[in-house]
Design a protein around this ligand. Structure first.
Ligand code: NAD
Length: 418
C-alpha cells in the first residue's frame, strides 16, 4: 500500500463516522495543484546534474497552503501528496489560517557539498517562485532541510523579486526574520501535548525512548531531560543506544554534535532501531521517518503512549489496533503541530515587521497546543475512537463549516452529521 493510500484510510474512517457526503469527500481528497520541476545544478566537478523537485498545494480553503520542503533520496510525488494532505488537517487542528502544502527534492544531502545544496535550494525557488509566496504557499524546513537552507531560499526569492519578502518562508534564522522559539517549536509543542496526555493517563516518572536524533528528536530529548523525564534510549539512522537507568542526554548530544553520529557513545548498550521501538517503556517517541510502527511489529510495541513527532510513523489501522490494546497513539497531526504553529507566529511577525520575545511565543504556543489536545480528546470521548480518528473528525467538521460558508454546501443540505 502506498503512503497516499495509507493517508486516506484515517480520513475515510472519520468521513464514514460523520456520514460525509461523497462530493465533499472528493473536494477534500484531491489536491488543488501538483507541481513537478526539473532543477539543473552545477556540481562541484563542473558537470550539470538534474534533480526532480515537487510541490503539492493540497487545499487552500482556510488560507495559503503551508508545509515544509524535504530533501531525501526516497522523496516521491506520492509521499509529498500525502504529506501535503496531512498538513491540511494539521493546520486545521492547530487552528492556524493555512491550508496544506508540502515540497520535496529527490537527493541525498549527505552526499552533496554545502555549495551544491545552496545551488539546489536556489534552483528550487527559481523553479517554483511563480507558484509560492506569502499569500499563496509558504514553505518551511522538513527532513534534512534547516534554517541555513531557508536563508538561501529567502535570498533567492529576494533576488528574483528585487525586494525582501521575509514572510514567503518560515523556519529562517533569527537574523533573517526567523521567530524566537521556532527552532525548538515542534519538540516543545510535542512536550506540551505529552504532559497533557500524562495528566489524563496518570503515569508517574515515565520512561521514554526516542527514535531519530535530528532537529525534532534531539530537541525533544533535551527538553524532556530538562523537565526531569528519564530517557532510556535514543537512535539515529545508524544505531540505537540504551541505558536502563537513563541516558545523560547532554553527553549524548555533545557526542552526536562532535562525531555527527551516535556510534561510539560510551556508557550505554547498543540496539537496532527496530528493537528500540519494542522496548518496555511508558512513552515511545518516533521522531524520524514514516511507517515505522506497522501491522508487522504492532504486537511487540509495549509503550503505553506513542507520541508521533515524525510525520506518518503509525498507520491508521495500527492506531486502531493500539487503541484496542489500551495503548494511545497521539497522532502526528496533533503531536508535531508545534512547528507549524510557531511558523504561523513567524509569518505574522514578518507581516507586522515586529518580533515577540521567546516567552511570548512559548505562551501562545502552549495555549494553542493545550486547546488542540482538549478538542481532540473531547472528540475521542464523544465517538469512542482512537485519537487519530478523533483528530480527523474534529478537523473535517471544521473544514465542512468552511465549505458551507464558502458556498460549496447549500444550507440545509445533509452532508455531514455535525
Ligand atoms: P532531521 O533530518 O533533523 O532528523 C531526522 C533524524 O532521523 C536523524 O537523526 C536521522 O539520523 C534519523 N533517521 C533517518 N533515517 C532513519 C531510520 N531509518 N531509522 C531511524 N532514524 C533515522 O529531521 P527532523 O526535522 O528532526 O524531522 C523528523 C521527523 O519530524 C520527520 O518525519 C519530519 O517530517 C517531522 N517533522 C519535523 C518538523 C520540524 O520542524 N523539523 C515539524 C513537523 C514534523
Amino acid at each position: 500500500m502506498s503512503i497516499w493510500d495509507e493517508a486516506l484510510i484515517q480520513f475515510n474512517k472519520a468521513a464514514k463516522l460523520l456520514k460525509l457526503d461523497n462530493s465533499i469527500q472528493n473536494i477534500l481528497t484531491n489536491p488543488k495543484r501538483v507541481l513537478q520541476v526539473s532543477i539543473p545544478v552545477r556540481m562541484d566537478d563542473c558537470k550539470i546534474k538534474v534533480f526532480q523537485g515537487f510541490r503539492v498545494q493540497f487545499n487552500d480553503l482556510r488560507g495559503p497552503t503551508k508545509g515544509g520542503i524535504r530533501y531525501h533520496p526516497n522523496v516521491s510525488l506520492d509521499e509529498v501528496k500525502a504529506l501535503a494532505f496531512w498538513m491540511t488537517w494539521k493546520n486545521t487542528i492547530a487552528d492556524v489560517p493555512f491550508g496544506g502544502g508540502k515540497g520535496g527534492i529527490i537527493c541525498n544531502p549527505k552526499k552533496l557539498s554545502d555549495g551544491e545544496i545552496e545551488r539546489l535550494s536556489r534552483g528550487y525557488i527559481e523553479a517554483m517562485h511563480r507558484f509560492i509566496g506569502p499569500e499563496r504557499d509558504i514553505p518551511a524546513p522538513d527532513v534534512y532541510t534547516n534554517p541555513r537552507v531557508m536563508a538561501w531560499m529567502v535570498d533567492e526569492y529576494h533576488r528574483i523579486k528585487g525586494y525582501n519578502v521575509f514572510e514567503m518562508i518560515t523556519g529562517k534564522p533569527l537574523e533573517l526574520g526567523g521567530s524566537e522559539g521556532r527552532a525548538d517549536a515542534t519538540a516543545k509543542g510535542g512536550v506540551y501535548i505529552l504532559e497533557e496526555a500524562l495528566k489524563k493517563i496518570k503515569i508517574k516518572n515515565p520512561s521514554i525512548a526516542i527514535q531519530g536524533f535530528g532537529n525534532v528528536g534531539m530537541t525533544a530529548a533535551k527538553l524532556l531531560a530538562k523537565n526531569g523525564f528519564k530517557i532510556i534510549a535514543v537512535s539515529d539512522s545508524k544505531i540505537a543506544i540504551y541505558k536502563k537507568e537513563g541516558l545523560s542526554i547532554s553527553k549524548v548530544i555533545k557526542h552526536k554534535q562532535t562525531t555527527r553520529s551516535l556510534e561510539g557513545f560510551k556508557g550505554a548498550n547498543t540496539l537496532t532501531n527496530e528493537k528500540l521501538l519494542e522496548l518496555n517503556v511508558d512513552v515511545l517517541i518516533p521522531a524520524a521517518l514514516e511507517g515505522v510502527i506497522t501491522k508487522k511489529n504492532v504486537d511487540n510495541i509495549k509503550a503505553k503512549i506513542i507520541l508521533e513527532l515524525a510525520n506518518g510513523p503509525v498507520s491508521a489501522d495500527v492506531r486502531a489496533i493500539l487503541f484496542k490494546k489500551n495503548q494511545i497513539s497521539i497522532p502526528d497531526i496533533l503531536a508535531n503541530s508545534g512547528g507549524v504553529t510557531v511558523s504561523y507566529f513567524e509569518w505574522v511577525q514578518n507581516k507586522m515587521s515586529y518580533s515577540w520575545s521567546e516567552k511570548e511565543v512559548l505562551e501562545k504556543l502552549k495555549t494553542k497546543m493545550v486547546d488542540a489536545f482538549d478538542n481532540i480528546y473531547n472528540s475521542c470521548k464523544e465517538f469512542d475512537v482512537d485519537l487519530g480518528t478523533a483528530a480527523y473528525i474534529h478537523s473535517i467538521r471544521k473544514m465542512v463549516k468552511v465549505l458551507e460558508l464558502r458556498g460549496y454546501v447549500k444550507k440545509g443540505e445533509d452532508v455531514c452529521m455535525m
